[in-house]
Write a protein that binds this ligand. Structure first.
Ligand code: NDP
Length: 350
């Protein structure tokens, strides 16, 4: 019985995973937990930033179940271990390409290829930057997008924090643990930050404010050991246009985030800002068998708990969809009876 069919994909059954998850934040690990408990043997790719954005956060006070809060990195370690306890395999590899044109989908990590019947995208978002050449020049040498990572290096120094949202408030408060002073530079005089975070920053005597101002240049030079150092910033008043040079040792950029969806551009429906579109309250994308959850598809709530919630939704959607849309497998006589070859493709566009 040597059947030859059009578009036959010659893969052994055991080469095809039931579900692959890309992304290792709360969404990815919750999707892994649920799919692992549903016996779908998920493979989760951790990517460039294992554990995601929470690994560069300090105290997480708003994740339910932790009465006294928990450190972001610790929370991610707990979520990882919980998902692994039920059989999730996490791989410390970064996906470099995806082929979603046919099932099984092909996921590439460098020179390795993986095949999967369904895919859950949980790639999250990342910090936005000012996009100034001088910001790029001094990134890592006094300019940072992560107070948790770099705050310690600014002990007893004066720093600026750019932004007017919760991230800017949270990072400023955190930095006052180390720094002599923290000045928040915000381009308007109204703040997006939630009242509680704003009030907390306002009440902190080490925090100073410069509203209606933006950084137009980062200033720096080289220290006696030949290392680049930040020495100041040029601020422009957004109302009058006047400029002023302010001395500072460090600049923390805290102006929001962008979704990590470049990998899927042109392959899957996204909105104008690059967030993956999902249908109604589900995690279904426009490609059947591909689901999206967490910050890569949510520009509104963007909380660890909502990311985890949508991770759960994606896992349940994938599980039910796989049940209703099994791939058709056929047997081909070979020396190895376990050599099972897929014979047909399922039309997959919704
Ligand atoms: P937001 O989008 O809320 O705020 C971004 C801020 O940066 C705004 O004040 C914006 O100014 C400013 N900004 C944006 N682009 C530029 C630019 N090019 N130059 C100068 N300023 C700029 O992002 P956040 O990261 O602060 O918060 C995102 C979400 O995460 C929110 O929902 C927030 O509540 C949540 N969050 C919750 C935390 C918690 O509960 N512990 C901690 C951190 C975040 P403008 O207002 O003028 O647009």
């Amino acid at each position: 019985m040597q059947k030859k069919k059009h578009n036959t994909t010659h893969l052994k059954r055991h080469d095809v995973h039931q579900v692959i998850i890309i992304g290792s934040g709360p969404a990815g690990f919750t999707a892994a937990l649920y799919t692992a408990r549903a016996n779908l043997s998920p493979i989760l790719f951790e990517g460039d930033q294992p554990g995601g954005q929470l690994t560069i956060t300090t105290e997480v006070e708003n994740y339910p179940g932790f009465e006294h809060g928990i450190q972001g990195p610790e929370l991610m370690e707990v979520l990882r271990k919980q998902a692994q306890r039920f059989g999730t395999v996490s791989k410390f590899e970064t996906i470099t390409a995806v082929d979603l044109s046919k099932r099984p989908f092909t996921i590439t990590a460098g020179d390795k290829k993986y095949h999967t019947e369904s895919l859950i995208i949980a790639t999250g978002a990342r910090a936005k930057l000012l996009n100034l050449p001088s910001e790029e020049l001094y990134m890592g040498y006094g300019v940072s997008a992560c107070a948790t990572c770099d705050g310690f290096f600014f002990k007893n120094q004066d720093v600026l924090v750019v932004g007017g949202g919760d991230t800017a408030m949270e990072e400023s408060n955190y930095l006052t643990r180390f720094c002599s002073s923290v000045t928040i530079v915000h381009r308007r005089d109204e703040f997006r930050a939630s009242k509680i975070m704003f009030d907390r920053a306002k009440a902190n005597p080490k925090i100073h404010w410069r509203t209606n101002q933006e950084i137009i240049e980062v200033l720096g030079n080289t220290d006696e050991r030949g290392r680049k150092v930040v020495t100041g910033a040029v601020l422009r008043n957004t109302e009058t246009g006047t400029t002023e040079t302010v001395p500072t040792n460090g600049i923390f950029i805290a102006i929001g985030h962008a979704p990590n969806t470049e990998l899927f551009r042109g392959l899957i429906d996204m909105n104008d800002h690059g967030y993956i579109e999902t249908k109604g309250k589900t995690s279904f994308t426009n490609i059947a068998g591909v689901f999206a959850c967490g910050d890569c598809q949510d520009h509104v709530y963007r909380q660890a708990v909502t990311a985890a919630g949508t991770g759960c939704i994606a896992a349940i959607d994938a599980e039910r969809w796989l049940e209703a849309n099994p791939l058709i497998y056929g047997y081909e006589p070979t020396n190895d009876v376990t050599d099972i070859i897929m014979e047909a493709e399922i039309p997959h566009h919704a």
